[in-house]
Design a protein around this ligand. Structure first.
Ligand code: GLU
Length: 305
């Protein structure tokens, strides 16, 4: 068999058990990797310690195994990677790309422009901290350039970080490194060539590409899968208390996940062994069916049981 350099990953945050929405991201990233004879890695994103739930990482890993989703290399845990994030932080600092910021959430809310749910940082501390103020967070200075990339299902995406995001945080006020920095450092460390994840992270991707460029790292290919929303149009998440996926009826739930991803597994495979269903799904993986699809309601999928 031809040796593929494809490396994909699934990077769950252990803030609760795997729910249908996160299973979809796991399955999509697994199938894309295996369809290309690639490797599939798992990284536990337990960086945000205040949100981490004891035992959630083990539970997620047990669930992946129950679904036949076995990873190809040792798992890495972000909680053990602080030295790597520190090194990247210092590289950014040496390059003059970041600056300390003393603004509180309230001060930002009072002076920022709002875009959707996100606040665009108005650049208050860009030219130095106000007299007598202490640094809280560190932000990266963005420029006015457009960041563009071609996404698998979502097509050409362009974002202007200056007008749509503003200078963003790389080291948080609570002393933790921000997701945007950690994800970029870890994707590069694990030699990830393809990032397949939920479309809720589509708007984070230009920030990640910007950091990759500042740090001299390669930009992987991106594919953002539709996120599952409930009947109220809310994203299934641990915050909306989405139900955990069961470990006992894995074939049937995996079948539902495939239908959600607009694959067309033969009906009889719903009750087959998980290995058989995964083998079918790997051989027949067609992400083209998800063109321009960022959200899908579970209720829209007729075959759910
Ligand atoms: N840890 C993130 C989450 O669970 C995913 C990060 C990523 O795939 O880049 O939402």
């Amino acid at each position: 068999m031809e040796c593929s350099s494809y490396k994909g990953r699934f990077a769950p945050s252990p803030t609760g058990p795997l729910h249908f929405g996160s299973l979809v991201a796991a399955v999509g990233s697994y199938l894309d990797a295996k369809h290309h004879q690639g490797k599939w890695l798992v990284r536990i994103e337990d960086l945000d310690t205040p949100r981490t739930i004891d035992g959630a990482a083990e539970d997620i890993l047990n669930t992946l195994e129950a679904y036949g989703l076995y990873w190809d290399e040792d798992i890495i845990y972000q909680s053990q990677r602080t030295a790597a994030y520190e090194a990247a932080f210092h590289r950014l600092q040496d390059a003059g790309a970041i600056y300390p910021c003393c603004c509180t959430r309230k001060e930002i809310a009072d002076s920022a422009l709002q875009r959707g749910d996100e606040l665009i940082y108005p650049g208050t501390c860009r030219n130095g901290l106000a007299q007598g103020k202490a640094a809280r967070a560190w932000r990266v200075h963005v420029n006015d350039a457009q960041i563009s990339f071609r996404d698998g299902p979502q097509g050409d995406i362009t974002q202007n970080l200056a007008s749509e995001v503003g200078d963003f945080v790389v080291l948080r006020a609570d002393g933790l490194f921000a997701y945007q920095l950690a994800v970029v450092v870890d994707d590069a460390f694990q030699n990830i060539t393809h990032v397949v994840r939920g479309a809720d992270l589509l708007c984070s991707t230009p920030r990640q590409i910007y950091l990759q460029r500042l740090l001299g790292l390669t930009t992987p290919a991106y594919m953002h899968l539709p996120v599952a929303v409930d009947a109220q149009g809310e994203k299934l998440s641990k915050q909306t208390l989405a139900e955990p996926v069961g470990k006992n009826n894995a074939s049937s739930t995996l079948f539902d996940a495939l239908v959600f991803l607009r694959q067309q597994p033969p009906a009889e495979l719903r009750f087959s062994a998980i290995e058989q269903l995964l083998a079918w799904a790997t051989a027949n993986w067609q992400p083209e069916t998800l063109l321009n699809c960022r959200e899908l309601g579970l209720h829209e999928s007729a075959q759910f049981t």
